[in-house]
Design a protein around this ligand. Structure first.
Ligand SMILES: Nc1ncnc2c1ncn2[C@@H]1O[C@H](COP(=O)(O)OP(=O)(O)OP(=O)(O)O)[C@@H](O)[C@H]1O
Ligand SMILES: [Mg+2]
Length: 287
């Protein structure tokens, strides 16, 4: 029989959403990024088109070096595309000034491979969380309300705020740190969350818990989640849609079921053949 804990860590296909009628959130046309010049030129992202809708959980799957992080950085506005246009909620994204960039960043947040890089190590945890409240217009709230919000965010990810207030991020374990990142997102409630291999540093059990929390958060605040991974099996179980990336190009995209159960591109077939049991229900708690 399953324990409460293992039940919570089963990633279920039933959690997919039909987002086909939702408004467009983020899209791109011909997005390209070239590094270097001349013989050393490297086309990291090569004319990709994409359309992500509100509330969609989309995975971008590809091997190391396929251009996933480069694309993420362009979506975040940290790197300029060499060519192509990004649209946010149907309009051409304009982040040409500092103020416009700041405004855009209220809508999009990221969690990265390495949680240690996500926090200023000199800020205590309550400062990290308070910053989120201040950033979303809660600066003038009474102290008790701020504490209530921080406590709520911590309990969403099974952390106890009272035990964390005086700690620094580096005093947390890797798993706790990942959960703190999700607590931040819970407070910030961005329109878009970009998660670049957020579970790669942690063990299978914490990994399942983190994924479960991400899925809960998506249900709770209806954000678009762009999940970047090498792992096509994982992408299958959590995503509404997937984009398969090879050498900077999208070779195939569509509903997770269609792409993964009836793949067309050779590259997708190869990625799938590396996953032993893709058609069976995947209980992460037993990994
Ligand atoms: N700042 C940079 N300058 C030059 N080349 C870069 C830079 N960033 C990435 N590249 C190159 O772009 C290509 C794509 O890299 P990218 O980091 O986007 O891949 P990835 O799909 O995220 O890989 P991984 O799965 O290993 O994280 C690689 O060939 C990489 O060497
Ligand atoms: Mg990467």
């Amino acid at each position: 029989m399953k324990t409460e804990e293992s039940k919570n860590t089963t990633v279920s296909l039933e959690r997919r959403h039909d987002v086909s009628q939702n408004p467009m959130c983020l899209s791109g046309k011909g997005i390209t990024r070239i590094f270097g010049t001349g013989k050393k030129q490297n086309v990291a992202v090569d004319h990709v088109d994409f359309e992500f809708r509100e509330g969609e959980l989309v995975s971008i799957v590809g091997e190391s070096g396929s251009g996933k992080t480069t694309l993420s950085k362009m979506l975040l506005g940290l790197l300029e595309p060499t060519e192509g246009e990004i649209f946010f909620r149907g309009e051409k994204r304009d982040i040409s000034t500092r103020a416009k960039k700041k405004e855009y960043w209220k809508n999009i947040q990221a969690i990265f491979q390495d949680p240690f890089s996500s926090f200023n190590v000199f800020n205590k945890i309550d400062t990290v969380l308070l910053d989120c409240i201040n950033m979303t217009g809660g600066k003038k709230l009474p102290k008790e309300e701020k504490v209530r919000l921080m406590t709520e965010a911590c309990s969403f990810v099974n952390l106890k705020f009272a035990e964390l207030t005086n700690k620094y991020p580096f005093e947390l374990s890797g798993g706790q740190m990942q959960r703190l990142m999700i607590a931040r997102i819970f407070l910030l409630k961005p329109k878009i969350l970009l998660a670049d291999e957020p579970t790669s540093m942690i063990d299978a059990c914490s990994r399942a818990t983190i994924l479960d929390m991400l899925l809960n958060l998506r249900d709770e605040i209806g954000m678009t989640v762009i999940f970047i991974t090498h792992d096509i099996g994982l992408a299958y179980y959590i995503s509404d849609t997937v984009y398969i990336m090879e050498h900077g190009r999208f070779v195939e995209h569509g509903l997770a079921d269609e792409v993964i159960l009836t793949p067309k591109a050779e590259y997708t077939k190869r990625l799938i053949s590396d996953v032993p049991k893709i058609h069976e229900v995947w209980d992460l708690s037993t990994v």
